[in-house]
Design a protein around this ligand. Structure first.
Ligand code: ADP
Length: 256
């Protein structure tokens, strides 16, 4: 109780001891629940690609296929293995940041190149999510780690697609103003309820999108994106309307 009392004195209330205790317990229970959900989410995120890898390799080993079918199945195995690999990478990156082992390697970079590269990864994956890009004609230069900024943008793009289960255009806008480069990724998907908006960049946090519980994830992607953008001296944020769509953006300092 002394712990709470001390806390109460610091915030300068007279007798709000009980309130503080309740808050403490609620926070503890919430983080306990988030951890349980996280373990369940990660298990699912590991199991799903593993099931694909095992299933399709058994299929290939079981009988002869045409060259075309073979390639298609191998592509599935490759894609699922990459999914697993990026899950492990996210963990290791966050752990590296916690232990201050993480380094970015900034170099002069035209942000338009990163956008073109990432958009090409996600273009044509399905017909339901056309990607429209608007960028200045002139180079948009910044000092940044190309791989890491690509990772941030890739994350926003894959979320825009993943959380638009009914399809809809995804737009990417690059602008530069007053020494700041701004990249925005907008979708016409599920959107995020106002009460959850402030939390989406927290580790493990996942919104429960009603009726779309099957959309998988770990809740690490945006937390990592925020750390990466902030390491570059930029900011990240989101505006969203539930049922209409979301607009995620990040900024980077421009360099001449
Ligand atoms: P994950 O997608 O693995 O759950 P993220 O950290 O990438 O984790 O995102 C955290 C949560 O924010 C997601 O679970 C999702 O509910 C919400 N979210 C992220 N991007 C979008 C988006 N474009 N539209 C709607 N919700 C989103």
């Amino acid at each position: 109780f002394t712990r709470y009392t001390r806390r109460v004195r610091i915030v300068g209330h007279d007798e709000p001891g009980r309130l503080v205790v309740i808050r403490e317990v609620t926070a503890e229970r919430q983080s306990e629940r988030a951890k349980e959900a996280f373990v369940a989410n990660v298990s699912h995120e590991v199991r799903t690609p593993l099931a694909g890898i095992i299933g399709f390799s058994e299929l290939l080993l079981g009988r002869e296929f045409t060259a075309e079918e073979r390639t298609r199945h191998l592509e599935t195995i490759h894609r699922e293995a990459q999914r697993l690999s990026s899950l492990v990478d996210d963990f290791l990156d966050l752990q590296g940041m916690d232990q201050a082992r993480f380094r970015i390697v900034p170099a002069k970079l035209d942000v338009r190149d990163v956008v073109r590269q990432q958009v090409s990864v996600y273009t044509g994956r399905d017909d339901e999510h056309p990607i429209r890009v608007r960028m200045p004609d002139a180079p948009v230069t910044t000092m940044a780690d190309e791989l890491r900024i690509g990772q941030v943008l890739g994350n926003l793009l894959s979320n825009a697609i993943k959380y638009s289960p009914d399809g809809g255009e995804v737009t990417v806008d690059v602008t530069t103003d007053d020494g700041i480069v701004r990249v925005e990724v907008a979708d016409r998907g599920l959107g995020i309820p106002p009460s959850h908006l402030a939390h989406v960049f927290e580790r493990f946090f996942r919104v429960e999108h009603e009726g779309h519980e099957r959309i998988g994830g770990t809740g690490l992607g945006l937390a990592l994106a925020r750390e990466l953008v902030e390491l570059h001296g930029g900011r990240i944020g989101v505006e969203s309307t539930e049922g209409e769509g979301s607009r995620f953006w990040f900024t980077l300092p421009a360099s001449g």
